[in-house]
Ligand binder design. Structure first.
Ligand SMILES: Cc1cc2nc3c(=O)[nH]c(=O)nc-3n(C[C@H](O)[C@H](O)[C@H](O)COP(=O)(O)O)c2cc1C
Length: 204
């Protein structure tokens, strides 16, 4: 299976999707998405990443429950939403927002870092490992969209990291970088406005 679309068209038409049709994503497409993720640049060529593909009904339901919990914490503690707004959002989530036929949880193994914990080098190394995982996530998102599979990058699992790790039976050194929810969109998403490149760049 190959994607015929041009890269800039894929980039320009992508938008986050939070409501999915229940149809499964074909295995060949999942394979291409994972392949794209592993083609991302990776600091030191280390490929210190793990992509946990969640397809089973039971685990997907558990993931969704945790995503509702994590988004609620986010709404309260980070976005500082008023309680009525949190309740409305919770209801939308309980009705199926973020429930996807496929999730990919992305991890790095912090035990593979080589510099001394707490040192400046350690911080730099950690940031580079995080950035490598982020690059892989973006590659996965774009490859998915190439095949018409929508997605949303979900960062809030960082707020309930231990619970996700427990669900997947991973050792404590595995640190979650985010979860991608993937599936065919219920509605074609409209790309959101962005500041113009001129506003956020300068040529020197
Ligand atoms: C690091 C990161 C974390 C994010 N976490 C969440 C999240 O937890 N939940 C969510 O609904 N969207 C999340 N998003 C998606 C953003 O909300 C979205 O990309 C942004 O609003 C721009 O919209 P667009 O992707 O449709 O262009 C995250 C995006 C990034 C890059």
């Amino acid at each position: 299976m190959s994607c015929e679309r041009k890269l800039l068209d894929v980039i320009g038409t992508r938008a986050s999707v939070r409501r999915f049709r229940p149809d499964p994503v074909p295995d060949e497409v999942v394979e291409r998405i994972l392949w794209a993720a592993t083609r991302a640049p990776t600091a030191g060529g280390r490929e210190n990443w793990l992509f946990v593909v969640v397809k089973s009904e039971e685990l997907r339901r558990s993931f969704h429950r945790l995503l509702v919990e994590a988004h609620t914490i986010y709404a309260r503690e980070i976005a500082k939403m008023p309680p009525e707004r949190i309740e409305r959002w919770r209801k939308l989530m309980e009705e199926g927002m973020y429930l996807a036929p496929l999730y990919i949880a992305v991890y790095i193994d912090s035990s593979k870092l080589s510099s001394e914990s707490g040192s400046e080098a350690f911080m730099a190394e950690l940031v580079m490992e995080i950035q490598s995982a982020a690059a892989a996530m973006e590659n996965a998102i774009l490859a998915a969209w190439c095949f018409g599979v929508g997605s949303v990058w979900i960062g809030v699992p960082l707020l309930v990291e231990e619970k996700f790790r427990g669900l997947l039976g991973l050792p404590p050194s595995y640190r979650i970088m985010g979860v991608l929810a993937l599936g065919y969109p219920q509605e074609t998403p409209s790309p959101r406005r962005r500041k113009s490149p001129e506003e956020v760049s300068k040529i020197v």
